[in-house]
Design a protein around this ligand. Structure first.
Ligand code: GAL
Length: 664
């Protein structure tokens, strides 16, 4: 089905969305009255309702109770707050698992979970599929014409794993569709190794617990299958809702964890508006900011450059290594504006009011346990006012001259057992490279390996381990036409079936990079190598033979002493660099700044000042976010959307503050 251009929650066109998950079922009705009043004070215009309300909406199988939700939606509508109405299918009620025990998820080890948390369902179980579609259609029918309805929020953070018999059957059918014949599957999975040849489709199981290392192709295909299977569950609900409410956009909130079996490139073809949840895992100064920029650029990339929505973030804390660390005054606002600068169509939180009980009773909220007379709520309300002033910037497209190639399948495959190092972390390398771009002041688009790269000056390729031939050809033709590209170790190493490409590691890019990787030298734990140009490498190193490439930097010591570490290959009108180790932060900064400069950019000289420009035919907008204690000024002229008045030549951005200027 072609993607629709329904990317504004209905009734909020031209305004940035502001609000969060609203769970009124946890509170008596008198609190609802205060909620709506406070929402108005804070400028809230959109709330996600009903996301975990299944047991309240359908207290017994097939018996529905919508009266409370009618009341909530009526109250919201009369206060001018729109509803991002959720289907509650991420958390089936206890009656469901008693009635349909076969629809509870089973772990790899064969343990069947019980209800008592959330996500206790098997995505392939017929009973779950029917129940999920039924509650979605009931909601769709009842609220199709409700004035509060602005958008559908299907499910919550699809990412559930299951290895049960329903899943086994669905996996087998998926494989039949993918490979057609068992011969092809046996060939693709190299089942000649360890006597695994299959003679019957029904003998192929999900990768359940087994004696020793499982088949790597089976593991990768299972993740692909699970992504497709979960996506099919989204589509089932979406299609019912679309039929009932063709003009209401439909989304689902993505979770970006390594555990989530969702290839979001495919998912983003199916949603009307990409929406993501972002919970950074590191509270150190500037590190959270870099993570935020990565997630925002990724969300924009997933939507093909279109606007997207930050659906959830924690209002006032960052959970790092188990500690809920407070966001310092002003930080929540700057992080939120970084999302908006990078294309988010608003700022949403989990959740509106802090829960008194339940598993997340200590989670921060827009209205904290301390109530509205708090710094936290005041900052929320102030952010609501800021969003009201800068909504026009949504018309601009984020300007980016650099692309970072992102590939979840490489992420998945590198984490599998049986790899030559147990800590190959694609996501960490991708984020480190993106963070170096952030520090260099270069806004990046995050793109699919097969994306059209022609508009970029520089393309960075973190370990693109799994790659299709046409993806590799895409990179090569970008360089041939004059682009500057840098690829990290292990890129181009395996085909789509997870089989090593011949010719040495990185074999699929050998010609483009002008190198042959003869040996791999993983670096366990804290082991490091030094480079002749002063950098330190960790995690990984290699014996690289330069074929046509020029050597930029060599290993300085150890068994690899004197061998190439970083190379650059002139090819066609462009150049292709190869980075064979994981550089320390300083080394990565030097490399990335050099690449930015060589490809015609100008690396930033104001560290910690985040500048993002959005351009449109009629106007440009500059976002300047000062995440430091230093006083920065930035060249800008135009209308100051925050303070009002004009900026002539120089915008001062005080420590911890921000500015948004309509230029011209
Ligand atoms: C999200 C989830 C929310 C809430 C939040 C807490 O992943 O969608 O329901 O659990 O985390 O941080």
């Amino acid at each position: 089905m072609p993607r629709r251009e329904l990317a504004w929650p209905r009734g909020l066109e031209g305004r940035l969305c502001f609000g969060g998950d609203y769970n009124p079922e946890q509170w008596p009705e008198r609190v609802w009255v205060e909620d709506v009043m406070l929402m108005r004070d804070a400028g809230v215009n959109l709330v996600t309702v009903g996301v975990f309300s299944w047991s309240r909406l359908e207290p017994r199988e097939g018996e529905f109770d919508f009266e409370w939700l009618d009341k909530v939606l009526d109250m919201l509508a009369s206060a001018g707050v729109k509803a991002n109405l959720a289907t509650p299918t991420a958390s089936p009620p206890p009656w469901f698992s008693f009635a349909h025990p076969d629809a509870l998820p089973v772990t790899r080890e064969g343990v069947r979970h019980v209800h008592g948390s959330r996500d206790t369902f098997c995505p392939s179980a017929p009973a779950y599929r029917q129940a999920a579609v039924r509650i979605a259609s009931e909601l769709g029918r009842r609220y199709a014409d409700h004035p509060a309805l602005a958008m559908w929020h299907v499910h919550n953070e699809y990412g559930t794993w299951c290895f049960c018999d329903h899943v086994a059957a669905a996996f087998s059918s998926w494989l039949q569709r993918r490979y057609g014949t068992l011969d092809r599957l046996n060939e693709a999975w190299t089942t000649s190794f360890w006597s695994q040849s299959y003679g019957d489709w029904s003998h192929i199981l999900p990768p359940r617990s087994t004696q020793y290392v499982p088949n790597p192709s089976q593991l990768l295909d299972f993740r692909r299958f699970l992504s497709d299977e979960l996506l099919a569950r989204f589509i089932e609900q979406r299609d019912v809702l679309r039929e009932l409410t063709p003009d209401v956009p439909i989304t689902t909130n993505y979770v970006l964890g390594a555990w989530a079996p969702a290839n979001l490139w495919a998912w983003s073809q199916e949603v009307d508006l990409v929406s993501v949840d972002h919970y950074p895992g590191d509270a150190r100064p500037l590190v959270t900011e870099q993570e935020t920029a990565f997630v925002a650029d990724l969300a924009r990339g997933l939507g093909g450059g279109r606007p997207w929505l930050l659906m959830e973030q924690a209002p006032h804390h960052i959970t790092a290594r188990g500690y809920s660390l407070p966001k310092e005054p002003g930080r929540m606002t700057r992080l939120s504006l970084s999302h908006v600068a990078r294309g988010s169509r608003g700022v949403m939180f989990f959740q509106w009011r802090a829960s008194r009980g339940g598993a997340e009773q200590h989670h921060s909220a827009m209205v904290p346990h301390a109530g509205p007379a708090s710094r936290a709520f005041k900052e929320v309300a102030a952010l609501g006012a800021v969003l009201g002033k800068i909504a026009e910037a949504d018309a601009g497209t984020v300007e980016a001259h650099v692309a970072l190639v992102w590939d979840p399948e490489s992420w998945w495959a590198l984490r599998q057992p049986g790899m030559p190092a147990p800590d190959l972390d694609y996501d960490a390398v991708a984020r480190a490279v993106h963070a170096a771009l952030w520090r260099a002041g270069a806004t990046a688009d995050i793109v699919h390996p097969r994306a059209d790269l022609t508009s970029y000056r520089l393309v960075l390729v973190p370990p693109l381990y799994v790659a299709a031939d046409d993806a590799l050809a895409n990179l090569a033709s970008y360089v041939d036409r004059g682009g500057v590209l840098a690829a990290w170790y292990l890129s181009g190493s395996v085909d789509l079936e997870n089989r090593i490409r011949p010719g040495g590691y990185a074999g699929g890019l050998r010609e483009l990079l002008g190198v042959r990787v003869e040996e791999i030298h993983p670096l366990p734990g804290d082991a490091t190598v030094t480079l002749t140009t002063g950098e330190t490498g960790h995690r990984w190193s290699e014996l690289v033979r330069a074929e046509s490439a020029r050597v930029v930097s060599k290993y300085a010591a150890g068994v690899l002493a004197g061998q190439p570490a970083i190379t650059a290959n002139a090819r066609g009108a462009g150049s292709a660099w190869y980075v064979s180790t994981q550089l320390d932060e300083g080394g990565l900064d030097r490399l990335v700044r050099r690449l930015v400069a060589e490809s015609g950019g100008e690396p930033s000289s104001s560290p910690g000042l985040e500048l993002v420009r959005r351009r449109s035919v009629g106007a440009d907008w500059l976002f300047a976010l000062n995440h430091t204690d230093a006083d920065w000024s930035v060249a800008a002229s135009g209308t100051d959307l925050i303070g009002g008045g004009r900026v002539e030549g120089l915008l001062r951005v005080a420590p911890g503050s921000f500015g948004v200027v309509r230029e011209g």
